[in-house]
Write a protein that binds this ligand. Structure first.
Ligand SMILES: Cc1cc2nc3c(=O)[nH]c(=O)nc-3n(C[C@H](O)[C@H](O)[C@H](O)COP(=O)(O)OP(=O)(O)OC[C@H]3O[C@@H](n4cnc5c(N)ncnc54)[C@H](O)[C@@H]3O)c2cc1C
Length: 629
């Protein structure tokens, strides 16, 4: 296996999970966000900020205007939430306007729009209806279109892309009851038929979004091991084939009209030509699909957050308490200002990363997409929560109840329910932190990992030491040099100041990571809390860099100083948070917390759980309830 991680001390499950994830990695050139962990803030990759080209915006305009009008005039998102169903007429209308094939090339019947226009559609959807967002996003971000565009053969694309572009719903099935974040636990199997022309698929997939309505599902399954290594393969499966069963429709706290379910496969015959990318490349398909797929959620979060800002701002202006509009009280004003700054940064991150894909559809956006998803979903959750706080009791009241007593039916309660899942699916926050940390450590592991790997023969480690010595003799002193050139490309003094400060923080982060490597060796990969703080510092740096770069470019174009003020506020806050993360890497209560957590997991400290109603013991059906006797 091509990894520098010492897996020798791990149990078999962990090693298998890591080996599967490693097999799906595709090491290539460092990205902008990856460079931040190496002390490299590459302003040439940032400035001028890649604003959407006018021709591209013009190309997207007819569809986006149609979508906006359709959502505004025809979609009652509260009704969809209440009934748990999306009206078939609305699905048909979305299909007619091309919303099921936004990025699919016109030769296959799609609109052929850019990633940026796709993200702008996600912003519109996210600002209005979480259920429609999930339907269209699961269909084309992770469902069949994305992997087909990335990996499909000509024949697969010709057969399936026109169908999905026309509105045949698709889905993506990876998760199982025992395999959530850890795909190595997958048990769904595909066994080759005797003639080798097909596979027989058996197993059960959980929480497959769109699964209960889909015509086509991309299913990831285990295939026979090769050279003792686990293999996973991605198949295009049609739900009308014999043996596909929709066993259950799942229901959730929010996204109540999600067509999400348990899908069973009993000896489903899948032709070999329906393998995506190749046998044994299933995890690569899944992870690559998720990389680009992850860009939809940040865009949808921007839309949701902007809608929240409007609701919170309106209410903070009109609601008077204690002799003044509540927005004039500092505690509420502060929330509004932070929302504005965070939204600007969130949009900057999302648009920057979308522009990378538009520039090169095969660009390495692993770190940027993961950071955008992590940061946007956590920040949007806080923004929705703050909006609820600003709306007070009306925030908690349902839109239906508000309307029934004559008030404006603002759906903040629905927004809160619908957005909670965002930090869990498409890579939970915890898993994304590990993923980003792995990518951030990669350059160091590539140079120094063998030095610290006790499994390797002495001679190999000695040679690696010489190579690492050469690299670090040049690299390490540079991390202490004053940052002189980072702001050369910026014109505005506020932006110059923040760029310089960001470049200094990037050096500090890189030094911290390097010292961590020396101190912990490859075992650093298992120091989740430490790595998490560095990842959070790096993610704030990415948000800060894209926000100030976009402000600079917008200011140069429009001359409106308000963008500089908003970006300045964001940058000040982000700098303080980065300081906190870096300081907490040394000053923290992790050891004490770890010890308490171990005690809790061992069943000690039971007194902490006393004084509450206990879970009812299972009672045989024939035993009567004592009070009813
Ligand atoms: C509404 C909804 C829609 C979904 N849609 C789809 C879909 O279309 N297709 C599909 O395949 N799946 C789908 N999923 C599955 C979703 O992607 C998983 O829920 C997610 O991957 C997490 O898996 P899990 O819930 O089993 O959590 P687990 O993996 O059991 O994790 C539980 C908790 O432990 C944390 N955790 C796990 N491992 C670690 C670790 N090593 N270190 C630190 N923390 C860890 C997790 O972050 C999480 O907080 C959907 C789920 C929901 C609820």
């Amino acid at each position: 296996m091509n990894t520098t991680i010492d897996t020798s001390g791990m149990n078999a499950g962990k090693r298998a999970a890591l080996e599967l994830a490693e097999a799906a990695r595709d090491p290539s050139r460092a990205s902008f966000a990856g460079g931040l962990f190496m002390g490299r803030l590459a302003t040439v990759q940032l400035l001028p900020f890649p604003l959407q080209p006018t021709e591209d915006a013009t190309r997207g305009e007819p569809f986006l205007s149609w979508l906006e009008m359709f959502l505004r005039e025809e979609v009652d998102a509260d009704e969809i939430d209440r009934t748990g169903e999306i009206p078939q007429m609305q699905i048909a209308e979305l299909a007619r306007m091309g919303a099921f094939g936004i990025k699919i090339p016109p030769r296959f019947g799609g609109l052929g729009l850019s990633q940026t226009n796709y993200c702008r559609a996600a912003m519109l959807l996210g600002s209005h209806c979480g259920n429609l967002t999930a339907l269209l996003s699961a269909h084309q971000s992770i469902g069949a279109p994305q992997p087909l565009l990335h990996f499909g053969t000509e024949a697969q694309q010709a057969k399936y892309l026109p169908r999905v572009a026309r509105g045949e719903i698709s889905a993506f099935a990876l998760t199982e009851t025992g395999a959530g974040s850890d795909p190595a636990r997958m048990t769904t199997r595909a066994t080759p038929t005797a003639d080798g022309r097909a596979f027989l698929l058996n197993g059960e997939k959980l929480w497959c979004t769109n699964g209960t309505r889909a015509g086509i599902i991309v299913v990831v399954a285990r295939t026979p091991e090769k050279e003792g290594r686990p293999q996973t393969t991605a198949f295009i499966v049609e739900t009308r084939w014999p043996g596909v069963e929709i066993a259950h429709r799942c229901h959730f706290m929010g996204l109540r009209a999600l067509y999400n379910g348990v899908i069973r496969f009993h000896n489903v015959r899948v032709p070999r030509e329906n393998i995506l990318l190749g046998e044994g490349r299933g995890l690569k398909v899944a992870l690559t699909t998720l990389n680009t797929g992850r860009l939809t959620l940040p865009a949808a979060c921007v839309g949701l957050s902007k809608r929240c800002l409007r609701l919170a701002r309106q209410w903070a202006t009109e609601r008077e308490q204690w002799g003044a509009p509540i927005g004039h009280h500092a505690a509420i004003a502060d929330k509004l200002a932070r929302m504005a700054a965070d939204i600007f940064a969130m949009e900057s991150m999302a648009l920057y990363t979308a522009s990378l894909v538009d520039h090169d559809p095969h660009a390495d956006i692993r770190i940027e997409a993961a950071m955008a998803k992590l940061w946007a979903t956590e920040t949007a959750w806080r923004i929705v929560n703050d909006t609820m706080q600003i709306r007070g009791g009306r925030g908690y009241e349902t839109a239906e109840s508000l309307a029934a007593r004559g008030e404006r039916p603002e759906p903040v309660e629905r927004f809160l329910r619908d957005s909670r899942i965002n930090t869990i699916f498409e890579g939970s926050s915890e898993i994304l932190r590990l993923f980003i940390a792995r990518e951030a450590l990669d350059p160091h592991l590539a140079v120094g990992g063998k030095v610290l790997d006790s499994r390797l023969p002495w001679a190999e480690r000695a040679a690696a030491t010489v190579r690492a010595g050469w690299f670090y003799t040049g690299w390490y002193p540079r991390q202490f040099l004053p940052v002189l050139d980072a702001s050369d490309d910026a014109a505005h003094p506020v932006i110059k100041h923040h760029l310089r400060a960001a470049a200094r923080q990037s050096h500090r982060l890189a030094r911290a990571l390097f010292h961590g490597m020396l101190r912990h060796g490859p075992a650093l990969e298992r120091r989740q809390l430490l790595l998490g703080r560095w990842v959070d510092a790096g993610t704030e740096l990415f948000a800060l860099s894209t926000a100030i770069a976009r402000a600079e470019t917008l200011f140069e174009r429009d001359g409106d100083a308000s963008v500089i003020r908003v970006a300045d506020l964001f940058a000040r806050g982000a700098q303080l948070r980065i300081e906190d993360h870096l300081r907490a890497a040394h000053h923290n209560a992790d050891r004490a917390g770890g010890s308490i957590a171990r005690d809790l997991l061992d069943g000690q400290l039971g007194w902490l759980e006393e004084g509450v109603v206990r879970e009812a013991a299972p009672r045989p059906a024939h035993v009567a309830w004592p009070l009813a006797a």
